[in-house]
Design a protein around this ligand. Structure first.
Ligand code: FMN
Length: 415
């Protein structure tokens, strides 16, 4: 330890014994949720892929690159499905170096390469799919029909696509055909806003056009990430889509939430996004409770710091040290969230340029602090704002059941 204590006087720190003696760490909301009974949840089958237990890492732009997927895999012994962030089909075909890098897979992923594609034109998407299947050997393609970012919907992409059912159908059809035996899944939101809900149509179209599963982020595009996800909509979708698995997505922050979502909605699997930001061990906890075991004890600060350090090394290895350290910045706040006194370290952590700088800053932190309960459901990334109006191309809502073609944008960031 250095002379100055970075986290303040010892008496202000939470009592580490309380959480340990209380058993598994969980919020009040999940106090009485039991782990899975034997055979309570069937493995998730997406075409030829079996995912057991039925847990999927959500595609997240700027997050679910190969280094982060590798961490999530390690904690869950590769038992889940770990989807890449969204890759723009046109940029991929044109060979943009950043896109190719983000689309690449780690040595540990060679048996289950899962990628999310974004685009608006069936032919471009089909072409990207062909390359991914034939040259890159991917095992799963997910399609983004849920991105609510203004730039994306304003050009008719992401969450705007399900508004035009024929466009959606033509895209899914083209990608499924091009993918051959490789399973294609689609991910969408409830709709544009409460006055234009499209998820039941999107589910039906996915089913009819050969998707092997559908995933619903149970919010509208207008909601962005605000409010609570509407799990009842997941249950409704499950009632409508009978021939392929329905995956539920939204607000799984603790492993117990996954049990509740599966039980309350009857969905076939869960897709986990923000809950794992700075908490990749969540996947280990999910595997445990869904297979009937108690989750491993929550990490203390020491283990969190070791994980952060491992993440930093993986990022440096993947992107090179300068860019890797830049990429690490957003993760540091997520890892340290809720640990008393750690917030004041963030400005310095955000400036690190090398792994050696990082090591110097991490050595002074008190490794024995217990994991703070408040961090379980703390907001990570994306604020609680909604958008008043979802931007759509001019005339997009007129004749919405007609055919439509949209040229592909070159590059987009997800959300
Ligand atoms: C940082 C960030 C990036 C995201 N990027 C994508 C993306 O590239 N593709 C996508 O389909 N969804 C994306 N999403 C949405 C998530 O996949 C997920 O649907 C959403 O976060 C709701 O799940 P959650 O409540 O578990 O976070 C992103 C979400 C976040 C927080």
């Amino acid at each position: 330890m250095s002379g100055t204590d970075p986290i303040g006087p010892i008496e202000d720190r939470p009592n580490p014994v309380r959480q340990i003696s209380d058993g598994p760490l969980r919020s009040e909301l999940n106090r009485d949720i039991p782990v899975a009974r034997p055979f309570e949840f069937a493995p998730l089958r997406i075409g030829p892929l079996t995912i057991d237990p039925p847990v999927v890492l959500a595609p997240m732009a700027g997050v679910t690159n190969a280094p982060f997927r590798s961490l999530c895999r390690r904690f869950s012994k590769s038992r889940c499905l770990y989807v890449s962030e969204m890759i723009t089909a046109r940029a991929f075909i044109e060979g943009h170096s950043r896109t190719l890098k983000l689309a690449s897979f780690g040595a540990d992923e060679q048996d289950k390469k899962s990628i999310q594609l974004y685009g608006t034109h069936p032919e471009t998407l089909a072409q990207a799919t062909k390359i991914l299947v034939e040259d890159w050997g991917v095992h799963h393609i997910d399609m983004n029909f849920g991105c609510p970012v203004r730039k994306v919907t304003a050009s008719g992409g992401g969450a705007a696509i399900p508004v035009r059912p024929k466009l959606l159908a033509s895209i899914v059809r083209a990608v499924v055909k091009s993918a051959g035996a490789v399973p294609v899944t689609i991910k969408f939101r409830k709709g544009i806003d409460d006055s234009l809900l499209t998820y039941l149509d999107a589910g039906r179209i996915g089913e009819q056009e050969g998707a092997r599963a559908v995933a619903l982020h149970a919010r509208t595009a207008a909601q962005l990430y605000s409010g609570t996800a509407d799990w009842a909509a997941i249950a409704t979708l499950k009632q409508h889509v009978k021939s392929i698995p329905v995956l539920g997505n939204g607000d799984i922050f603790e492993c117990w939430d996954a049990l509740r979502m599966l039980r309350e909605t009857g969905c076939d699997g869960v897709v986990v996004g923000r809950g794992c930001l700075g908490r990749p061990w969540l996947f280990g906890e999910l595997v445990a409770v869904l297979t009937g075991e108690a989750p491993p004890p929550p990490p203390n600060l020491g283990i969190v710091l070791d994980t952060l350090r491992e993440h930093a090394s993986l990022l440096a290895e993947f992107f090179g040290e300068p860019l890797g350290m830049q990429q690490l910045r957003k993760f540091t706040g997520w890892y340290l969230k809720g640990f008393p006194g750690c917030k004041r370290q963030l400005p310095a952590l955000h400036l690190v340029k090398t792994l050696a700088d990082l090591d110097l800053l991490l050595t002074d932190l008190p490794r024995d602090l217990p994991y703070p309960e408040i961090a379980l459901r703390a907001r990570r990334c994306k604020d609680g704002r909604a958008q008043e109006k979802v931007a759509l191309p001019a005339g997009f809502l007129d004749c919405r059941f007609d055919e439509l073609q949209i040229q592909d944008p070159i590059e987009m960031d997800g959300g």
